[in-house]
Design a protein around this ligand. Structure first.
Ligand code: SF4
Length: 401
């Protein structure tokens, strides 16, 4: 079968992974998803930006450093022995079972790269004959790309459940990013989603290896003379897990294993899988998890201070930072002219850059007007209900509260 046709038939992979954007769920549609399917999953508003439905799993994704670029998200094989209950590649689903050799995958990617269709590759695989076998084919493909084709662009390699530490090191020497999908925040939750995966041994341990190797090995042995970043993904809403469980796990991963990104994938039932009759998770839950994740990673919030309800879930209708400010700052506003950095970061509308700008501006005089905050790049009207300027509450539109 023609390699492009085979790639088109791996498209269900697109439904398992997510475009790399916390703030806007999908800026551009993945190739290969029909307009109606896209509308069903992501809503009318996002469907309106669908302009191109070529049947290839190409996503516009944010790369480390923030640049957005089209990536081919490819599978070595769509056959898998792990039988994860949520996955479109579960053996019970009615999808074509495709297998690429390393040579084929490297060659088809280079054709797409040289024609300008894609700038990088995210390579994963189903598992046949064990995770180490699947990992070898991924590594062979990466090796061909780097050394036969001298490809220097973006390469994201998935670490397979069951991969060995030597394979993880090889992947780190070839890739810009490596990832292990934990899928669930604990072994107990993973058993519900994927009873054939071992949480500690097969998923958490490779993430620990990645950080240990970054600390103990010299990066000069890697392709770009620097170690790749690492990431993971959680499936949200299919195992009864709470937001608190997911975010506690996220904080651990950011703090101790130095993950660059965590992806939250709202569960969507796939036809033919054991979970096909479960209800889909709301995209808004996924969105609030991304917002909370940014608070943990970039704003240094502690997970315990986030506004969880008695079930351990974030508010459904408000972003977590705003909900927290309503609870804690509405009656006890922050004095912009004296507050330390960590207090400024808790004010809605003020991010790390804005908070640093306030600290700098305060050295040259008092801030006593919302327009001064606006000039510093702050969403002043959003911050207004929660601040004092020189001891005074600024005037603001009540509808914002
Ligand atoms: S390991 Fe699980 S999630 Fe990954 S392809 Fe196989 S069945 Fe799907």
């Amino acid at each position: 079968m023609d390699a492009l046709l085979k790639l088109q038939q791996t498209t269900p992979f697109s439904f398992l992974e997510k475009v790399d954007s916390a703030r806007s769920p999908l800026k551009a549609p993945p190739d290969g998803i029909t307009r109606s399917e896209y509308r069903r999953r992501f809503g009318e508003k996002n469907a309106a930006v669908t302009t191109d439905c070529r049947a290839l799993p190409i996503y516009h994704s944010a790369l480390p450093g923030g640049r957005r670029a089209p990536l081919l998200k490819a599978m070595i094989t769509t056959t898998c022995e792990r039988r994860c209950h949520y996955c479109a590649f579960h053996p019970s689903t009615n999808i074509p079972r495709i297998q690429f050799t390393a040579d084929e995958m490297a060659s088809i990617f280079m054709q797409l790269f040289e024609s300008g269709r894609v700038h990088g590759l995210f390579l994963s695989s189903g598992i046949t004959n064990g995770g180490a076998n699947a990992q070898n084919i991924i590594l062979d493909t990466a090796h061909i790309l780097r050394h036969r084709y001298a490809f220097r662009g973006y390469l994201h390699l998935k670490i397979m459940p069951g991969a060995e530490i030597g394979q993880v090191l090889q992947a780190m020497r070839l890739a810009d990013r490596v990832s292990v999908n934990l899928e669930a925040p604990s072994a107990h939750r993973l058993k519900i989603l994927a009873p054939k995966k071992q949480f500690g041994e097969e998923l958490l341990q490779p993430l620990q290896w990645i950080e240990q190797l970054r600390l103990s090995q010299i990066p000069e042995t890697s392709f770009h003379n620097r170690w790749p970043s690492s990431s993971t993904q959680f499936v949200v809403g299919a195992s009864g897990e709470s937001d608190l469980e997911i975010l506690q796990a996220s904080q651990h991963l950011f703090t101790h294993l130095k993950l660059a990104r965590i992806y939250y994938q709202a569960f969507s039932p796939q036809p033919g899988t054991p979970f096909e009759n479960l209800p889909p998770e709301q995209p808004s839950r996924e969105h609030h998890l991304y917002q909370a994740s940014i608070l943990l990673k970039q704003y240094n919030f502690d997970v315990e201070e986030l506004p969880f309800d008695a079930s351990g879930n974030l508010p459904e209708t408000s972003d977590p930072k705003l909900a927290l400010a309503r609870n804690t700052l509405a009656e006890d506003p922050v004095e912009i002219n004296h507050a330390p950095l960590e207090h400024l970061l808790r004010i809605p509308g003020i991010g790390p850059t804005g908070a640093m700008s306030i600290l700098k501006a305060r050295k040259t005089g008092a801030l006593n007007d919302l327009s001064q905050l606006t000039r510093l790049g702050i969403f002043a009207e959003r911050a207004a209900p929660f601040i004092l300027l020189d001891g005074q509450r600024p005037s603001y539109q009540m509808k914002l509260l």
